[in-house]
Design a protein around this ligand. Structure first.
Ligand SMILES: C[S@@+](CC[C@H](N)C(=O)[O-])C[C@H]1O[C@@H](n2cnc3c(N)ncnc32)[C@H](O)[C@@H]1O
Length: 366
């Protein structure tokens, strides 16, 4: 069942069952708390910029276990409002008390959109990023909180975000094609057996089954930890977001005309890798003393729980160093679940100065 009705209104009950429920489990919070790159970035952003926190009021949007609220208090905040939609709020409260910060951190169980604070805040901190930055659409809640509760000179943690893409090579392209072919082959045997043993001809469902499997194996983006060697062209910035000024309309549909030059000789172009970074810079009026970056780019020795999203091309193409890829990128929210995304790509390739006909691909970020 989708969480978004035909008129675009989100059904909060379904959204809770589909999206929030996993955040109510400690094992899921632990996964995020164990991501050293994520943790170090937020920790350093707070403790290397204590001037933003000392004596200030802070709002932590989606506090989960309470970690960012606790760090904000330890960095000297006067008051921290820690808002969490799920029952994880109860664990956050226990953790706050166990760390003797209950006089500073107030845990509020409820949806950010529904709750009321007694005052405006100087800092909004949140870890709202999903796969390829915008999956989960949690930034909407942070924007809503900012518009309602941030003081005019307040700062956002993080303050900026970017989406990136680059052409890649990947053996997943062969594996997924083979998985798809195997599923279709298996369906044929299933149709034969059902007719033989149970007297029902299922072949009328062959096309819908094939379409379903095609979407699953060939058009759904994949979580992957890419090695930097798998990148075969220059990286492209797809979207830049200033968290202090962005609106929900700015992020609902992401569109970009971008290009990449192939940097590898005679490479197999298997698709695109997508990732993001965020920065903690404070604001123009109130800059950070130490700017911190959290990147989820392919890395040789360390990865984040976000990994990268891989969009595979079937069939892969042979490319040469100096070839240009000219890309029209469009990402919008899935019609029946605003937290999932659909990506449309149109790609033209200039090989040895010659423009080849464009190809179009549709992908789903599920
Ligand atoms: C990615 S987790 C981050 C948790 C914690 N801040 C951390 O950094 O470890 C996001 C949390 O925000 C909560 N959340 C998402 N949208 C929310 C909303 N609109 N109101 C309140 N909580 C929300 C989720 O339930 C989840 O616990």
């Amino acid at each position: 069942m989708g969480s978004t009705a035909a008129n675009g209104v989100v059904d909060k009950g379904v959204d809770f069952a589909n999206y929030f429920c996993t955040y109510g489990f400690l094992y899921h919070q632990k996964e995020m708390l164990s991501d050293r790159i994520r943790m170090d970035a937020y920790y350093n952003a707070i403790f290397e910029n204590k001037h933003h926190f000392q004596g200030k009021t802070v709002l932590d949007v989606g506090t989960g276990s309470g970690i960012l609220a606790i760090w904000s208090a330890q960095a000297g905040a006067r008051k921290v409002y820690a808002v969490e939609a799920t029952k994880m709020a109860e664990h956050a409260l226990e953790l706050v008390k166990a760390n003797k910060l209950q006089n500073v951190v107030e845990v509020i169980e409820g949806s950010m959109e529904d709750i009321t604070l007694p005052e405006k805040v100087d800092v909004i901190i949140s870890e709202w990023m999903g796969y390829f930055l915008l999956r989960e659409s949690m930034l909407d809640s942070v924007i809503c909180a900012r518009d309602r509760w941030l003081n005019p000179n307040g700062v956002m943690y993080p303050s900026h975000a970017r989406m990136w893409m680059a052409p890649i090579r990947s053996g997943l392209v062969d594996q997924k094609l083979s998985d798809y072919q195997g599923a279709v082959q298996d369906w044929r045997s299933f149709v034969d057996e059902t007719k033989t043993f149970y007297g029902v001809d299922m072949s009328v469902l062959t096309n819908p089954f094939t379409e379903e499997q095609k979407k699953y194996y060939l058009q759904t983006s994949l979580w992957n930890n890419l090695h930097p060697d798998q990148i075969i062209g220059t990286s492209m910035v797809v979207k830049e977001i200033d968290c202090l000024t962005a609106t929900v309309d700015d992020i609902r549909n992401v569109q970009a005309s971008i290009s990449s030059s192939i940097t590898e000789e005679n490479a197999r172009f298997c698709g695109f890798g997508g990732w993001f970074d965020v920065h903690f810079r404070g604001s123009n009026k109130n800059p950070a003393e130490h700017e911190i970056e959290l990147t989820t780019a392919p890395s040789e020795d360390s990865g984040t729980h976000w990994g990268q999203q891989v969009f595979l091309l079937h069939p892969p193409l042979r490319v040469q160093r100096g070839d240009d890829l000219i890309l029209q990128f469009s990402m919008s929210r899935s019609k029946d679940n605003h937290r999932l995304m659909e990506v449309d790509l149109s790609c033209e390739m200039r090989q040895s100065g010659k423009l080849l006909p464009p190809f179009q691909k549709k992908f789903y970020i599920e």
